[in-house]
Design a protein around this ligand. Structure first.
Ligand code: HGY
Ligand code: MN
Ligand code: MN
Ligand code: MN
Length: 403
């Protein structure tokens, strides 16, 4: 039998690693980016809990942490790294719920369940990096060449966990993957529903772009002689919003979320800006069309502002549909736990399930996010909804048995 109190207690314990956000009037936030000291401490604690649950802890060279059941098993989990300014449930919920379901199943001699906490789901170094490497989407060499916005190399950052590694886990030992996550959007909260069973996960493209101009004195350089990288970025953003308008659907999103302006001083015309450009949609053709528009707009603005351009590698993941059998088990369990208060819905957030779908049948379920807030310290979910998500996960595990 699953134990909601034990589950909630573990969830709160995990929150202590990297706990942050007190100054903002809330105290639930976390700063636990991949490979940071709190992330490594959290993974070490988690490995201990996995062992106490009777599973075998196993780090792979990326720092993905598995809790392995013997023989063929259903894999459940998510990630325990966070955004640099993140919420306490994003990823953590799916890992701790999986731990509780696996533990309870062992205690009652139920079907074997294995657990995973993937590394760098939040993309400090890329896009869902840990599961991308495990699934073969990215080679370890390709991953090692990635750097974060601070110039740190993944190769160096993963070394502490890689020392504890027993190699990559053979995916053939798993029969499927089920991930519980918070919705991170407003749909369930506004509808006062408790569970979302995911139909499909959006695709994404992500790259860094640089405009280089001429750094110069902000008092003496006439406006018409400037090659100002910030002016280029501002003009690019406005032009892009305009040009994308006729191409996108209400589900399409694009974001410039990270900007590094050089040298970032009041009295210097900025000579360089590097910024992240990310876009998401459920249709690969639209993602490609958006890329063309982005690159054309960059070229036009560079011409207008006398700037040079540079492009980092483009990272991406294709949209994926969930497996019908696993999804059916979640739907049946959702109807049991929350009759009439669940729906089938797409995911606009990315998840490790996208990568795992290359190896195994996958399915996902959501619980509501209060106010639709996530990737913020204020992210939260009602306790009853957290427990409802746990019950649906356990119900699905029972229905799927050892399959
Ligand atoms: O960005 C995302 O969709 C996810 O939270 N990694
Ligand atoms: Mn997440
Ligand atoms: Mn996230
Ligand atoms: Mn001066």
């Amino acid at each position: 039998m699953i134990d909601p109190d034990r589950f909630l207690s573990d969830l709160h314990k995990l929150r202590r690693f990297g706990a942050a956000g007190v100054g903002k009037g809330v105290c639930k936030g976390v700063r636990r980016p991949a490979y940071s000291e709190p992330d490594i401490a959290a993974r070490t604690w988690l490995a201990g809990r996995i062992e106490q649950a009777g599973l075998t802890p196993h780090f792979d060279p990326m720092g993905n942490l598995f809790g392995l059941a013997e023989g063929p098993s259903l894999l459940m989990g998510s990630h325990s790294d966070s955004q640099p300014e993140g919420g306490w449930l994003d990823g953590a919920l799916g890992v701790i719920a999986a731990l509780e379901v696996a533990r309870a199943s062992r205690e009652s001699a139920g079907p074997p369940i294995s657990v995973v906490s993937f590394q760098d789901e939040e993309g400090r170094f890329g896009v869902t990096t840990g599961s991308a490497v495990w699934s073969g989407h990215l080679s370890l060499d390709e991953a090692d060449a990635l750097t974060d916005h601070g110039g740190n190399r993944l190769q160096q950052m993963r070394s502490v966990l890689a020392e504890r590694s027993d190699g990559f886990v053979d995916p053939a030992r798993f029969t499927g993957f089920v991930e519980l996550h918070i919705e991170q959007g407003p749909v369930l909260d506004q509808a006062r529903e408790q569970i979302g069973v995911v139909s499909d996960i959006v695709g994404i493209r992500d790259m860094n772009i640089t405009f280089s101009g001429q750094q110069n004195h902000a008092g003496t350089t006439p406006m018409h002689l400037r090659r100002d990288a910030f002016q280029g970025l501002a003009a690019f953003n406005a032009a892009l919003n305009d040009r994308l308008r006729n191409v996108v659907t209400p589900r399409t999103v694009w974001t410039i979320g990270h900007v590094a302006l050089h040298p970032n001083a009041s009295s210097i015309v900025p000579g360089r800006v590097t910024f992240s450009m990310q876009w998401r949609d459920g249709d690969p053709a639209r993602l490609a069309r958006m890329e063309t528009i982005i690159r054309d707009t960059i070229a036009d603005i560079a011409g207008q502002y006398a700037l040079e351009t540079g492009f980092g590698p483009m990272l991406g993941l294709e949209p994926v549909a969930m497996d019908a059998t696993l999804r059916g088990a979640l739907e049946a369990a959702a109807e049991d736990v929350a009759p009439g208060r669940w729906r089938v819905m797409p995911s606009g957030a990315l998840h490790d399930a996208t990568n795992v779908a290359r190896l195994l049948p996958v399915a996902m379920l959501f619980v509501p996010s209060i106010g639709g807030i996530s990737h913020d310290f204020a992210e939260d979910t009602d306790e009853t909804d957290l427990v409802a998500g746990l019950r649906v996960l356990a119900g699905a595990a029972e229905r799927l048995g050892g399959q």
